[in-house]
Design a protein around this ligand. Structure first.
Ligand code: DAH
Length: 339
């Protein structure tokens, strides 16, 4: 028995040497440790060993068994490591390779125009506020000197939900909210969406405005003109020419419309400006004292000036695009062009 055990000790070393793959390893495992394996067979003979020899033989059996087990698990571990190394090798990612097809996004032209304008105004000391797009007739018209019977209501074809609720037609609605809410002096701008039942190349039923309102003790038309000149020059470039034309709005007196020299042709005349060299971008004026008083500001003490800027039209100037509706179709080819 002792001899057999010593033989097994030697054989396991030789068998392990010959192993080439996992299958060979499995065979060796069965041949030594399996039910009909060499070691199992020897163990069965233990009962015939005389009792005085048992401790010694028993110790030898244990020694040989742990040796066989150890050798096998060592080999197993070796194979596992090899497999892992191969797997890692073929799954390797080269992080230095250049990437393919990354597409850069960009802000929508209307968003970037809004951001630029707001930045310019904040630099000039304005605060930014917002108001609701679903508005009451009161704020949209009534509180800015446009009562129900007023002919100026015909200037804007409105979307009504009910007699008193509509989609705001102008950010001017927020002027009334601001006067109600703020104590003069104040300077605010209001960027936001507005809605009118109008759709052609230069009108979209949803469009964006930037409203401005300044209320203080000694402000005049002169301040308004300077403020708008500075804003337009910062927006379109220092060589931009600005033209003021008399106009009419119920909430301002006097009222003006403001044209800016066409940034595409610099006033020479082109398709974009319909050969006029100028584009109308703003309505503005000195706040009608009636509007101040109506909204709780003493018109004897305070004056104001206001303006409403057409954001979409301005962003068309930057993109050189002649159909306003294309701004809102979300055609990816158009958006890519205007990046
Ligand atoms: N709310 C006018 C419109 O949508 C634009 C406007 C004109 C706004 C004069 C003003 C202003 O604040 O003073 O046509």
């Amino acid at each position: 028995m002792e001899e057999e055990l010593l033989k097994i000790k030697q054989e396991i070393n030789e068998a392990i040497e010959k192993i080439e793959n996992k299958k060979d390893l499995g065979d060796v495992k069965v041949a030594f440790l399996g039910k009909a394996g060499k070691l199992t067979a020897v163990l069965k003979g233990m009962r015939d060993v005389p009792s005085e020899d048992r401790p010694r033989i028993g110790a030898l059996v244990n020694e040989v068994r742990s040796l066989v087990e150890e050798k096998i698990s060592q080999k197993e571990e070796e194979f596992n490591q090899q497999e892992l190394a191969e797997k890692l090798k073929c799954e390797k990612v080269d992080i230095t390779m250049p990437s393919v097809g990354t597409k850069k996004g960009a802000l929508h032209p209307v968003t970037s125009m809004t951001d630029r304008l707001v930045d310019i105004c904040v630099n000039l000391g304005f605060s930014v506020i917002e108001g609701p797009e679903i508005e009451s007739d009161y704020y949209n018209f009534e509180a800015v000197n446009t009562p129900k019977s007023h002919p100026a209501r015909d200037m804007q074809d409105s979307f009504y939900f009910s007699d008193n609720i509509l989609l705001r037609t102008q950010t001017t609605a927020v002027q009334a909210r601001a006067m109600e809410m703020l104590k003069p002096p104040f300077k605010i701008v209001v960027p936001g969406k507005t809605y009118r039942n109008d759709s052609d190349a230069t009108h979209s039923p949803m469009f964006n405005q930037l409203e401005g309102l300044v209320v203080d003790e000694n402000v005049s038309m002169a301040d308004l003109k300077i403020m708008l000149s500075v804003m337009m020059k910062r927006l379109f470039g220092q060589d931009t020419l600005i033209r003021f034309r008399p106009s009419y709005f119920p909430f301002t007196e006097p009222s003006i419309e403001v044209d800016v020299s066409c940034p595409q042709c610099h006033g020479q005349g082109c398709k974009l400006c319909k050969n006029s060299g100028y584009l109308e971008l703003l309505g503005a004026g000195v706040v009608n004292p009636k509007v101040l008083d109506f909204n709780g500001i003493d018109s004897k003490k305070y004056k104001g000036f206001a303006f409403g800027f057409g954001i979409d039209r301005a962003s068309m100037l930057f993109t050189g695009n002649t159909d306003m509706r294309s701004l809102f179709k979300n055609d990816i080819r158009f958006l890519k062009q205007s990046r």
